[in-house]
Design a binder for this molecule. Structure first.
Ligand SMILES: *Cc1c(COP(=O)(O)O)cnc(C)c1O
Ligand SMILES: [Zn+2]
Length: 364
């Protein structure tokens, strides 16, 4: 029996962790209240997967759906002569960090005995959910915009998921998914709070790899906030458990062409939204936008926006140094030289999120 609750972010409703709901009856987002524990000596003896932190993940270990993923390397390196710790978080079974969230969410879905799910995603979240659903034997339907990446569409179908392509933007796709989710279970990487209980494991790994300490800052891409909020939740768990004292500053980077959080923080009125080469983070209305702004503020972090030109230059710099990532991942390097060194601090982790092979395949 797992202790903890699903809690509404708007009203006072509490639900059991085993209730088959992904939003509150009042319609608002749910979060999870749960006391994460870190038996450090035990953890050190376990295999190098996200599930080595099982006492910090609110899913019983009888239902784990895992490829033994995670514990990606943390490398001492320089980019543009700036010292960094690079977290290679594209080194996952489906080639993006979203597998962290998918492993935990699909494990939870398997525990609840649900066998049909729906998810909307133009890319990596869809491929991760499709892969873990395949492993769990769960029927999976992914709704995506018809103009989304062909290589990711192909990856989704290859895992045996049903792919429904819709004309129109991501908002229209999200609306359709919400409609279909009324009759099935919504395995959404933005709505479902269990997804974030997976993405938070990146914080545990970084901390353990640094000798159970926290860096001064962590630089991450920002779209729907699965990584920003994961980093925040994870380091907060470590703080609550008394392992670290201070949260690292979250330095989030958006694509200038689609930067709703940056625009909100900078009070930019009537912003324009256009297509960006950072397609994986081009999200106009992230459902957890208020939480994202709160999390960044609570760590005394900040948000930058990188132009497509900067992202392209950054991608070339990464390639020239031997790093092969997809364009979305280069957004953090696009803003890197403009980040205030005081914000960065002495130890700064930069997260690379999606593998370059995902993209080059679509160019053939
Ligand atoms: C999902 C994703 C991100 C981060 O986006 P969020 O929606 O904010 O979590 C970054 N890079 C890649 C390659 C992604 O797929
Ligand atoms: Zn509610």
């Amino acid at each position: 029996m797992m202790h903890g609750n699903l809690v509404c972010t708007q009203c006072t409703n509490h639900f059991s962790l085993t209730d088959k709901i992904w939003k509150c009856h009042c319609g608002a987002l749910l979060d999870i209240e749960f006391n994460a524990e870190f038996p450090i000596d035990e953890i050190a003896k376990r295999s190098t997967s996200i599930w080595r932190y099982k006492e910090a993940i609110p899913v019983p270990d009888s239902h784990i759906i895992s490829f033994s993923e995670g514990f990606t390397s943390l490398e001492d390196a320089f980019l543009y002569n700036i010292p960094l710790l690079i977290k290679h978080d594209y080194l996952f079974p489906t080639s993006s960090f979203k597998d962290r969230g998918a492993s935990v969410l699909i494990s939870k879905i398997s525990e609840m005995g649900i066998n049909v799910i729906v998810e909307d995603s133009s890319g990596n979240a869809g491929t991760s959910i499709a892969a873990y659903a395949a492993k769990a034997g769960i029927r999976c339907r992914i709704i995506a915009p018809s103009n989304s990446s062909k290589s990711k569409q192909n990856q989704i179908i290859t895992y045996g998921a049903e792919l429904e392509l819709l004309k129109g933007d991501r908002e229209k796709v999200a609306t359709e998914a919400l409609k279909e989710a009324e009759n099935t279970y919504y395995a959404s990487h933005s709505w479902n709070p269990f997804f974030f209980q997976g993405t938070k494991t990146i914080a545990f790994e970084i901390s353990e790899q640094m000798g159970w300490k926290a860096p001064d800052s962590i630089i991450v891409p920002l779209g729907n906030g699965t990584l920003v909020l994961g980093v925040y939740l994870g380091f907060k768990d470590l703080q609550k458990a008394g392992i670290i004292t201070r949260l690292p500053r979250i330095i989030a980077v958006q694509a200038s062409e689609c930067a709703p959080v940056y625009n909100a923080i900078e009070h930019i009125k009537n912003p324009e939204y256009n297509k960006s080469i950072a397609e994986g983070i081009s999200v106009q209305n992230p459902v957890r936008k208020d939480q994202i702004i709160e999390a960044i503020g609570a760590t005394e972090g900040c948000v930058y926006a990188a132009s497509d030109n900067e992202i392209n230059m950054a991608l070339k710099h990464l390639y020239s140094k031997g790093y092969y990532v997809e364009p979305t991942s280069a957004v953090v390097v696009g803003a890197l030289r403009r980040i205030n060194p005081k914000m960065r601090g002495d130890t700064s982790v930069l997260v690379l999120t999606g593998h370059g092979l995902k993209h080059s395949f679509s160019q053939l």
